[in-house]
Design a protein around this ligand. Structure first.
Ligand SMILES: [Zn+2]
Length: 85
């Protein structure tokens, strides 16, 4: 498939977000995982979301492990999401 210049818009954004949560929670089926991994190769907003959300999860995980984490980092990342939304 051709890479389309669709930065900033995703025709299936709601579905993508849903699947993204499943993928990151490790609850996605193989089909869903495959769909998403293929999708983010072509969909810049979803690719970004994937990186941002997995980064947030890493931070939250570090927090659970009581590693020192800059407390405002999640806020910074979240505001980045809002900028691009
Ligand atoms: Zn998408």
């Amino acid at each position: 498939m051709e890479k389309t210049d669709n930065q900033g818009c995703c025709s299936e954004h709601d579905r993508c977000l849903e699947i993204l949560q499943l993928v990151l929670d490790g609850e996605a089926s193989d089909t869903e995982k495959e769909y998403y991994m293929h999708h983010i190769e072509e969909c810049m907003p979803c690719y970004r979301n994937y990186n941002i959300e997995s980064e947030i999860r890493n931070i939250l995980r570090s927090k659970l492990e009581k590693k020192p984490v800059p407390t405002d980092l999640v806020t910074v990342i979240r505001s980045k999401v809002n900028e691009t939304a």
